[in-house]
Design a binder for this molecule. Structure first.
Ligand SMILES: Cc1cc2nc3c(=O)[nH]c(=O)nc-3n(C[C@H](O)[C@H](O)[C@H](O)COP(=O)(O)OP(=O)(O)OC[C@H]3O[C@@H](n4cnc5c(N)ncnc54)[C@H](O)[C@@H]3O)c2cc1C
Length: 360
């Protein structure tokens, strides 16, 4: 877009500002995209959303991000990245995207506070939020014995009794993985039957037979006890022979008990943060994860909406790691740069013949 066109856009319909590139999210993927985009002179405007710094701010210690032999705290890693992005000219602002209008170009991006921006390209790096139970103790202990990521935090709980909550594939996989560290894994599920694939159920049953996993069926965790200093100490659970005990708390058959545990892992799924894209024609899967082109050539992070790119956990429901999110953020910034250059080339080609005619 030319400077004049940008100025027009900026005075149109209460638009605060026109930008080449808007990035939704300041998690690892959004900040990596911001570093690359800023170094390509695309002056990205990066919105923080409701969780500035993203999921890594929920963890005290990141031990598997390359380059930090002694580990680094999640908030410190994210703040370093933010400073790095700002050093190259990225602008990081408070703001939550409410909607993106892709019916014409530039995109119209509206925030929940009513501000409207226009942008030639948008990178959706808005992550996925781990589902929680909403029980007492959760807020205080998240990152201090309570976790939603076994790959990330399992190794901190060697020889502890670890409770895993959930009954789907993720719970089976996490329970299986955590047997590497735990004295015993207690898999807590609110029903009698698991809804995981047979493959995972078979793996878990093998570990039950070897004594590494104990099943606690028809059971739910209702409270977590402990302190941020000492971590999780024990949990309160309820059990009913027909399942879903928290729906039957007044039933005399419901039994409440305390259970010692050194750590609790929730594996009850993630919700991708894509509500603000629901009005666009972008393709998502049944759960709301963004679909991108993928493959091995350039443009892997492109969605089917031209100029809209997706990176990190909002796309990737499988790996969901900081390093993979960062890698995708880098790709999205490079893909967006290619796209922005193609727009500039098209504009030059349109204006050059006209200029040549006026020279005659
Ligand atoms: C407790 C815990 C511990 C973890 N530990 C590790 C670890 O040790 N090692 C590791 O590799 N991985 C770890 N992970 C996983 C890692 O945090 C994620 O894979 C990574 O943060 C994903 O980055 P992301 O940028 O894609 O998304 P996120 O980190 O989820 O960031 C999303 C960003 O988008 C913003 N956003 C959302 N909606 C909007 C909107 N509408 N408008 C604007 N912005 C929006 C949010 O506010 C946030 O800033 C851990 C995760 C958790 C939960």
């Amino acid at each position: 877009m030319t400077e004049d066109a940008s100025a027009d856009a900026a005075t149109d319909g209460g638009v605060v500002e026109h930008r080449k590139l808007i990035v939704a999210g300041t998690g690892i993927s959004g900040l990596t995209a911001a570093i690359y985009a800023a170094r390509s002179n695309n002056e990205p405007l990066v919105f923080e959303g409701t969780e500035p710094g993203g999921q890594l701010t929920l963890t005290t210690e990141v031990d598997n991000y390359p380059g930090f032999p002694e580990g680094i705290s999640g908030p410190e890693l994210v703040n370093n990245m933010k400073e790095q992005a700002k050093r190259f000219g990225a602008e990081v602002k408070n703001g939550v995207l409410k909607s993106v209008d892709d019916s014409s170009r530039p995109f119209r991006v509206e925030l929940t506070n009513g501000d409207v921006y226009t942008a030639d390209a948008v990178i959706a790096a808005s992550g996925a939020s781990a589902r929680t139970l909403g029980i007492p103790g959760e807020d205080d202990l998240m990152g201090y014995g309570l976790s939603t990521c076994a790959t990330c935090d399992g190794a901190f709980f060697r020889d502890e009794k670890i409770v895993v909550v959930g009954g789907g594939d993720a719970a089976m996989e996490e329970a299986n993985f955590l047997t590497k560290f735990a004295s015993t894994v207690y898999l807590v599920h609110r029903r009698e039957e698991f809804r995981a694939e047979d493959y995972w159920i078979d793996r878990v049953h093998e570990k039950v037979e070897s004594g590494d996993i104990e099943l606690m069926l028809n059971t739910e965790v209702t409270e977590l006890h402990g302190t941020p200093e000492d971590g999780v100490d024990h949990v309160t659970m309820v059990r009913h022979p027909e399942g879903h005990p928290t729906d039957k708390l007044d039933d005399p058959e419901t039994e409440e008990f305390e259970f010692d545990a050194g750590a609790v892992f929730y594996a009850i799924g993630h919700t991708p943060n894509t509500e603000y894209l629901e009005g666009t024609s972008v393709q998502m899967d049944d759960e709301g994860y963004l679909k991108t082109k993928g493959g091995f050539d350039g443009g892997q992070t492109a969605t089917d909406v031209e100029g809209l790119f997706g990176a990190g956990d909002v796309v990737d429901y499988h790996y969901q790691q900081a390093i993979t999110a960062g890698g995708m953020g880098c790709k999205a910034a490079i893909d967006a740069d290619d796209y922005l250059e193609s727009l500039e080339r098209a504009e030059t080609e349109q204006t050059e013949p006209a200029a040549a005619e006026s020279d005659d």
